[in-house]
Design a protein around this ligand. Structure first.
Ligand code: CDP
Length: 635
């Protein structure tokens, strides 16, 4: 309590201290002097209203399309709509009129709002409730920016990098604007001509993709100072680009080079065919299409694996798999993903994410699917509203995002759920549970998007999409994504994404030399239930973070496994299981202990390809000097 007050936060939701610290730093609105002016509950209200206000437009749409009036709804006093909300309405109205989903003038719409009851208030209240309950949390930019000056609500963007100086520097400018608002950017650099290739206008030679990436990296550093949070990037280069070996070797284990980038090699099936046949890869000049060099596929593969062992980079992205499942091939092919890899996007496309906290849906040892269904439906609707409520940083991004209306609903708290059900992460039962909850999410969110298409319109890019071919009307070209939930899982006080626990207990060094023991609450409960909880045991566990070498109740030992004790194969299997029922991608770090071999990494990469994952990233413990999370003792 004292600490929360010291931070200036009135915690009306009884959040964890880490949640309050996080909200205080960047989420809660502040006045000119930097004093916090809202409670966490008021923050969720602000978000619910600035997103849900567009429901007014959709009630108007229903009225225009079918003459339907929400007789049981409420009337909203127009005088109660504050300027930031009015701004959202005006912008969304203009777009919907341009897209021929609405007709008439804004004044006519306002007249409707003044005279007819609508469902908007009800929906806003429900949005607020699922967030206050921490059943559902939208991605960070939505909470930071809804109703604030920037108004930019999406976490993920992909920007194209065409092969000209003018276009490259346009991309840099867009990157800066996106980072300023807390969004992350992904780039494919595959179209840039190779190092030492000719430059037509000057007869000089080109710098190549890796040099250009350094400028994008520096922009990120500079913007970081004034932005909402540290910007993140994904850099992708296709395996047959002449500079691919430089790219693969570009990062270091001290993370001093390209430190704001995750990098991934863009793979197609051709690479693996060549690898299996022990054949050569022809490296092609992207400008002319001509082969300029060749390299044994095996040599490239071994370099990738060794670098990933040393530095955790590069990961792989599987472009054929991604494009096979791209529903809007009619618009463009996908060449890149967002920074953490879970969201493949078309050039200039953005996506807003949100995650459901599974730990809130275990009741009496069972999953409450009825409530889960309600929350999935509401949060799918919420995310569709975000597309309209969003203020985009660049016109081209607005245009593309509105065309596909991609949204990414996912999960967090999956490991908590397993612990509450007594299921070890590394077990067939856990995979079954993953399959059950993910297929449920996929089915229910698709059904909601179909209902929304019925009520509203199909997404504008639907014509010519695979959905049109199948005769399925959808409001959104994708509905599901498993995000890393790095920050929002702290806010919700649950395990992140679909990851296992990292440590059961650890000692946090706080200021003034004090040490604070943090214990996973499910672990603590389980020990207390068995009457075997003790301070001594906790200190012993905190040394490594796990029970590996501790003599304790065998049932507890089996269920409470942590990331490094879990065989990499189980990590990949879990990722592949969720991917089977996911429109976009799955964020997953394949954690390996520090003594893992390069061969372990090769196996994980290959398994991910064979199991139809869309990408893969590994992380060997201690392979980076500046590691964010240590198991056991951390500061
Ligand atoms: O938990 P939160 O909503 O803050 O984000 P996340 O689920 O950890 O990450 C989702 C996406 O947000 C990432 O894949 C990035 O696209 C973006 N992101 C970013 O750009 N910069 C960060 N520091 C964190 C996330």
């Amino acid at each position: 309590r004292d600490e929360k007050e010291r931070l200036g936060v009135k915690d009306d939701l009884k959040l964890s201290i880490n949640a309050v610290k996080t909200l205080e730093a960047r989420y809660l609105l502040k006045d000119e002097e930097g004093k916090i002016i809202e409670t966490p509950g008021q923050m969720f209200r602000r978000v619910a209203i600035h997103v849900g206000i567009v429901e007014l437009l959709y009630d108007y749409m229903k009225f225009q399309k079918k003459g339907i009036v929400a007789e049981n709804g409420k009337k909203i006093p127009v005088s109660g709509i504050i300027p930031t909300q009015m701004e959202v309405l005006k912008r969304a109205f203009t777009h919907l009129v341009n897209e021929e989903q609405l007709t008439g003038t804004f004044e006519e719409f306002m007249n409707f709002v003044q005279t007819k009851p609508t469902t908007a208030m009800d929906t806003i209240d429900k949005y607020e409730q699922i967030m206050r309950n921490l059943e559902y949390v939208p991605n960070s930019p939505t909470m930071m920016n809804a109703g604030a000056r920037l108004g930019q609500l999406s976490a993920c963007f992909v920007l194209p990098v065409p092969d000209s100086i003018e276009d490259i520097f346009d991309a840099l400018k867009y990157q800066a604007m996106i980072h300023k608002s807390g969004g992350g950017t992904g780039f494919s650099f595959s179209r840039l001509r190779a190092k030492d290739d000719l430059v037509g206008s000057t007869k000089g030679v080109a710098s190549g993709p890796v040099s250009f990436m350094k400028i994008f990296d520096i922009t990120t550093d500079v913007i970081k100072q004034g932005g909402k949070r540290r910007g993140a990037n994904m850099g992708i280069l296709k395996f047959d680009h002449p500079d691919i070996m430089d790219f693969i070797m570009s990062k270091d284990s001290e993370n001093t080079i390209l430190s704001n980038f995750n990098i991934s090699v863009g793979m197609t099936d051709e690479f693996f065919e060549k690898l299996d046949a022990d054949d050569y890869i022809e490296l092609r000049n992207p400008r002319t299409g001509k082969t300029v060099n060749r390299i044994k596929a095996r040599t490239m593969w071994e370099t990738i694996i060794n670098k990933a062992w040393q530095t955790a980079d590069p990961g792989l992205i599987f472009l054929d798999e991604i494009n096979k499942r791209n529903p809007v091939k009619n618009i463009a092919d996908i060449e890149a993903t967002n920074p953490c890899g879970e969201q493949p996007l078309l050039p200039y496309e953005s996506c807003n994410l949100g995650s459901i906290n599974l730990s809130k849906f275990v009741k009496d040892g069972e999953v409450d699917y009825e409530r889960l269904r309600e929350v999935i439906r509401l949060s799918t609707r919420f995310l569709d509203d975000v597309v309209d409520a969003n203020k985009f940083p660049v016109d081209k991004i607005e245009e593309m995002t509105r065309k596909t209306r991609k949204i990414g609903l996912g999960y967090m708290g999956f490991a908590d759920m397993l612990l509450m059900l007594g299921i070890p992460y590394n077990s067939g039962a856990a995979l079954e549970m993953g399959e059950k909850v993910m297929s449920f999410l996929q089915e229910e969110s698709h059904m909601e998007s179909e209902r929304l298409a019925e009520e509203r319109f199909v997404f504008p890019g639907w014509y010519g999409s695979t959905y049109q071919e199948q005769g399925i009307k959808m409001r959104n070209s994708t509905t599901t994504t498993i995000a890393p939930t790095g920050t929002i899982s702290i806010i919700a006080n649950c395990s992140s994404s679909i990851e296992p626990l990292f440590a059961l207990a650890f000692v946090r060094h706080v200021l003034n030399g004090q040490e604070l023991m943090e214990i996973n609450r499910h672990f603590e409960n389980a020990l207390k239930n068995k009457n075997i909880f003790s301070e001594d045991l906790m200190h012993e566990v905190a040394r490594t973070g796990n029970l590996h070498e501790i003599d304790v109740d065998p049932e507890i030992k089996k269920v409470f496994v942590t990331a490094h004790e879990i065989d990499p194969e189980w990590h990949v299997l879990m990722q592949a299981t969720f991917q089977r029922y996911c429109d976009s991608g799955v964020s997953k770090t394949i954690n390996l202990p520090s003594d893992a071999s390069p061969d372990d990494i090769a196996k994980a990469y290959r398994l991910a390809k064979d199991l139809h994952c869309k990408g893969i990233t590994v992380y060997r413990d201690q392979s980076k000097v500046q590691q964010v999370l240590y198991s056991g003792t951390k500061s």
